[in-house]
Design a protein around this ligand. Structure first.
Ligand code: PDD
Length: 285
């Protein structure tokens, strides 16, 4: 496995960081995950734009321009020759003696690599199960921070219960999102998704699916649903770079609707997959 680290392309075993790395010491960094489909990056510009916003929110000056980091990702893809993968791009504040305050002089750490990301066809077709958990995160979930401990704990609870995702419920707010996915619900043909706000990470796939739904004239309300409402929905699905549009067919041991993926979910999944194929083919020609 090839790792880009601070200007060098290294073998995995050579890509090492000091203990004083602030990503490790303080989770002081931001990241992105972008899809490679048919040998092409999908919506990389949207991901880089979000990375810029996350970095700005934590007062971190990215040590590269958009075209410079694009060149790095292209080089990684060229060398790895992967058709389908996930690009992980992490930027931390860098290496400095431990002190909570920002170091006066520091060079941010930049890490980029491609990881296998096989599509779970069975899950896309038949759906997956989820549980609800309390949302234990902070007040800036809109920042794609490498600080993921509450998300890790939520996802592990799901794994312990033998299900795919943990849907987080914020006291006083409602259902926010999954541990690494955005949430969507369908009631009597109308689509509901949590609004872009400080309570969720506004997903790139969320934005794309909103556009697809609008183009199909499907009604969408961006609002928080309560945990009680969630259990009454006809359809529930989640979206993310690596999950695409994934039906949820059971929550907390209870069937969603009739326990099968619903028509709105499957139509949006179809449109999303078509768009992925269009991107792969458009840039090939
Ligand atoms: N996760 N919400 C959270 C908390 C996430 O971590 C993610 C993405 C999403 C969906 O965002 P997008 O559509 O841009 O992938 C929502 C990525 C895939 C990850 O951390 O692996």
């Amino acid at each position: 496995m090839l790792i880009y680290l601070n200007g060098k392309y290294l073998d995995y075993s050579q890509a090492l960081l000091p203990v004083d790395e602030r990503g490790l010491q303080f989770a002081d960094g931001v990241y992105e995950v972008a899809l490679v489909w048919g040998g092409q990056f999908v919506d990389l510009d949207r991901h880089l734009e979000r990375l810029e916003r996350s970095a700005q929110a934590i007062e971190l000056d990215l040590p590269f321009t958009r075209s410079e980091i694009r060149a790095v990702t292209e080089e990684l893809l060229h060398r790895a020759e992967m058709k389908q993968a996930a690009l992980y791009l992490q930027v931390t504040r860098g290496v400095a003696p431990r002190d909570h305050r920002f170091p006066a002089v520091v060079q941010p750490t930049v890490i980029a690599y491609l990881k296998d990301a096989p599509v779970d066809q069975g899950a896309l077709q038949h759906g997956v199960k989820a549980i609800t958990v309390p949302d234990l995160r902070w007040l800036r979930c809109d920042i794609k921070s490498v600080s993921l401990l509450p998300n890790v704990l939520a996802r592990q609870q799901a794994a312990n219960r033998g299900v795919r995702e943990a849907l987080q419920v914020r006291a006083g707010v409602g259902v926010t999102e999954g541990s690494a996915t955005n949430i969507w619900m369908v009631h009597q043909g109308s689509i509901v998704t949590a609004p872009a706000s400080n309570w969720i990470l506004s997903g790139i796939v969320r934005g794309v699916v909103l556009e697809l739904a609008q183009a199909e004239k499907m009604p969408v309300a961006e609002r928080f649903a309560s945990a009680e409402e969630l259990m009454q929905m006809d359809e529930v699905f989640i979206t993310s770079t690596t999950s695409f549009v994934m039906p949820i067919v059971e929550i907390d041991g209870r069937k969603v609707g009739d326990g099968e993926p619903g028509p709105v979910t499957m139509r949006l999944q179809e449109l999303y997959l078509e768009r992925l194929d269009q991107i792969a083919h458009a840039t090939l020609g």
